[in-house]
Design a protein. Structure first.
Length: 375
């Protein structure tokens, strides 16, 4: 009986084992699940013409500044302009009292009339005595004397005329006019003040601010490129007013210094700009961008996409399958928020700009900056 019971237990155990073996696949645990894709932000690779440029700091300078001074002595009779006004060349600025000069002019004109009358009489006498000498009725000595007197009076008349011309010039100096187009500075002396030419007192200044120039300096290592750009006519200059959100102002390079400053290792340059809107003001501090040329076929990527790896600079490119692939690049320079690089990149490719610290070569990604499809 005991043996029969053990036999039944063995049959039941075998049947349970078969049942377990049959149900096991439904409960079998699978291998480790694939990790979810890493969310990243991306930027686009661009290929095209990119400017080769140098950043510098500069100071706005006027093209010309004229200090206005009196060239004759006199009392200021009229101030014909106001401080800070824009003037054109030839505009009247000051008028000096001319009473003394006009009195002198009248005296000189009277002297000229007298001397001309005496000259006419002397010339008539010289002609008469010359006629008498030819007929033998007069003395040659007397004829020579009257001729010399006429010549002396002719010289006197010329001297009178020169004095009058000089006085007319002096009279013209009583009206002080603008020598150039520009903007007036302060006018310290008003009507009623007496000025002397010998004192050299500055009545005002005229500053030409349209066009206007910006002076700046760049390291001497750019000198070969600068000379090449000047010869090719590709050099241009852009300025932005410090701490301003206004757009840049573009001008042309007009001056390259004849020598390098041995103390600083820099070379001085000047750019010239149209300034009809008066955005640039003499003495102003500005940020300068010197553009030497445009390089075609240049590869640029977002600066945030360039990472320093164990073997140098690299970017992660997102492939069509969404996997990130490491690409080695060489960083050439930074251009605003773009990096100029060389490497195996194509225009339009996506490079990771955020989330790169979670990536390895082949990591699946999801671009959170890509537009989402509407349901």
């Amino acid at each position: 009986m005991r043996a029969r019971f053990l036999a039944l237990l063995l049959v039941a155990a075998a049947a349970g084992g078969l049942l377990f073996a049959y149900r096991a696949p439904a409960n079998q645990v699978s291998g480790p699940a694939a990790p979810p894709p890493v969310p990243v932000a991306t930027g686009t690779v661009a290929v095209g013409a990119v400017p080769v440029q140098v950043a510098a700091n500069g100071t706005v300078q006027p093209v010309a500044t004229v200090a206005v001074r009196a060239r004759v002595d006199g009392q200021i009779e009229e101030v014909a302009v106001r401080e800070g006004a824009d003037v054109k060349a030839g505009d009247l600025l000051f008028r000096l009292d001319t009473s003394l000069i006009r009195t002198t002019m009248q005296q000189l004109e009277a002297n000229l009339e007298r001397d001309r009358a005496q000259l006419a009489q002397a010339q008539a006498d010289a002609a008469r005595y010359a006629s008498l000498v030819r007929t033998g009725a007069g003395a040659r000595q007397q004829a020579d004397q009257t001729r010399s007197q006429a010549l002396a009076l002719a010289a006197t008349v010329k001297a009178d005329e020169a004095q009058i011309a000089q006085t007319q010039v002096t009279l013209s100096y009583s009206e002080i006019r603008a020598e150039i187009d520009g903007r007036l500075g302060a006018i310290p002396l008003k009507a009623g003040n007496y000025v002397r030419a010998a004192d050299g007192t500055v009545l005002t200044t005229i500053t030409r601010i349209d066009p206007i120039q910006v002076q700046f300096a760049v390291p001497e290592r750019y000198l070969p490129d600068l000379r090449a750009a000047q010869q090719a006519g590709t050099a241009r200059v852009r300025v932005r007013i410090a701490d301003s959100h206004e757009p840049e102002i573009e001008g042309r390079l007009v001056f390259l210094d004849s020598q390098v400053d041995a103390t600083t290792g820099t070379i001085t340059l000047k750019g010239e700009f149209a300034n009809g809107d008066r955005r640039l003001w003499p003495g102003q501090y500005v940020n300068v961008t010197l553009i030497l040329r445009d390089d075609p076929g240049t590869i640029t990527v977002p600066v945030a996409g360039v990472q320093l790896g164990q073997t140098g600079n690299q970017v992660f490119v997102i492939g069509p399958d969404g996997a990130a692939r490491r690409r080695k690049v060489t960083l050439v320079r930074i251009l605003g928020d773009r990096a100029v690089v060389t490497g195996d990149l194509q225009a339009g490719q996506k490079v990771v700009t955020d989330g790169v610290q979670l990536l390895a070569d082949g990591t699946r990604t999801v671009d959170r900056t890509a537009p989402q499809a509407r349901p």
